[in-house]
Design a binder for this molecule. Structure first.
Ligand SMILES: [Zn+2]
Length: 89
């Protein structure tokens, strides 16, 4: 990816292994400008920085087992519903 300054921005990944969480973003090698970040927990994208917000970054930096479960909850409920539908058949 090309940075606004014209140099190349490389993918960076921060990891919190205990919580199976990853924060991915681009960082420019010249000016250190960073792109919007995407937060992934257990392989599911749960938060993205958008329009200058640092939602995903803040969620990653303050991540606990509790907040990780909260972020995953909407995705788990989809899975649970699917499971319930399967059982109901
Ligand atoms: Zn740059």
């Amino acid at each position: 990816m090309q940075c606004k300054c014209g140099d190349v921005a490389f993918t960076k990944e921060l990891e919190r292994k205990k919580l199976k969480a990853e924060l991915r973003f681009y960082e420019c090698r010249s000016c250190q400008r960073i792109s919007n970040a995407v937060l992934t927990i257990l392989g599911t994208e749960v938060a993205t920085d958008l329009g200058g917000s640092t939602h995903a970054r803040i969620a990653f930096e303050s991540l606990t087992a509790e907040s990780a479960a909260e972020l995953l909850a909407p995705f788990n409920s989809v899975q649970n519903e699917a499971g319930q539908l399967g059982l109901g058949l």
